[in-house]
Design a protein around this ligand. Structure first.
Ligand code: PPE
Length: 307
């Protein structure tokens, strides 16, 4: 197997890729009782690598489980160091990190009871999430027929696997209809987020993104708001409608996997110039500079490692 030399951190130990297995009656497989993270590491100019905002991701990981009602049976340091150890063990200088904590084998039925909670950390190399050209040319997007999870149905501040059923429905629909990605509206009809990204628009020089009501508290979103404000842009977190996006000068997605991906078309309306706009480009450049360790002002966001 292609992965035979790779290692996965499993309940505190690095085990061979092929041995990181669970039983088919694992509770999480039946009821989505799991939470996960998505983190990226980038190669830096000085030859080291750096994990982007590891502290924020590890904190969100624990909070996701807390919101869902279970505790990850590890300390903050065990997960933080486990991530760095897994990157080193796999000699991965740049790539994606996937911690996952889930309710394991024990009783069946919705109530997780005292079933054990298990945790894994896997890493792999992952290029541009929405295609190599997407970062440059932008993508085509549709408004989903699926409403984003309602605030008291699912818990959007938890990166809970169950939240992603809604995402999968919207993503499959978007791909079947010939689009790259979907934007979902919240239950009141305002723009919420995409299947795996937060959403930003730019109009008359003002950057807008949905408030943290129905959306994940994205760490890329948070970083972009900080970077943009430091660059002198006005950023507003407020509700807006899909037709405001139709007449926007620019729109883009943010996410660990998607990074900053411009949107060139929404529901067959060309957005702005129909390609990456100046604000998206400026933010992309600033973001990659920070992530690759070339901007000392944000050095505290990076956890460097070598192997
Ligand atoms: N909203 C959703 C629904 C979401 O899944 C993500 C990340 C974001 C916003 C952005 O959050 P952040 O990564 O902290 O900036 N989606 C992850 C999973 C993608 C996947 O297909 O799996 C990611 O980007 O890692």
């Amino acid at each position: 197997m292609a992965h035979e030399n790779e290692k996965i951190w499993f309940d505190g130990n690095l085990v061979p890729w092929n041995e990181a297995k669970v039983h088919v009656l694992t509770h999480a497989l039946h009821y989505s009782t799991s939470v996960f993270e998505g983190i990226r590491a980038y190669k830096c100019q000085d030859g080291s690598s750096a994990v982007f905002r590891l502290d924020a991701h590890v904190k969100r990981f624990f909070n996701s489980a807390k919101i869902l009602g279970f505790a990850i049976p590890h300390t903050y340091d065990e997960i933080f160091n486990g991530i760095v150890d897994t990157l080193k063990a796999n000699k991965l200088a740049e790539g994606y990190i996937r911690p996952l904590s889930f309710v394991g084998l024990g009783n069946m039925g919705v109530y997780p009871g005292d079933n054990p909670v298990q945790t894994i950390i896997a890493v792999w190399s992952w290029g541009a999430y929405l295609g190599a050209e997407a970062l440059e040319k932008g993508i085509r997007v549709k408004t989903s027929t699926f409403t984003r999870n309602a605030v008291n149905s699912m818990m959007s501040k938890s990166k809970a696997a169950g939240n992603y059923v809604n995402s999968v429905l919207a993503k499959i629909e978007a791909k079947q209809d010939g689009y790259d990605e979907a934007i979902m509206l919240d239950s009141a009809g305002y723009v919420s987020e995409a299947t795996g990204e937060n959403f930003f628009m730019v109009r008359d020089g003002v950057i807008k993104t949905a408030p943290l009501t129905s959306v994940l508290d994205g760490i890329t979103r948070n970083s972009i708001i900080k970077l943009a404000r430091d660059m002198g842009y006005t950023v507003e977190e407020q509700l807006f409608t899909r037709d405001e996006v139709y007449v926007a000068d620019e729109a883009f997605f943010s996410g660990t996997a998607a990074e900053i991906t411009p949107i060139r078309e929404l529901d067959h309306r060309v957005i702005g110039e129909g390609k990456a706009g100046p604000v998206a480009k400026a933010l992309q450049a600033a973001f990659f500079k920070v992530a690759k360790g070339q901007d000392p002002r944000y050095a505290q966001w990076l956890t460097h490692y070598t192997f």
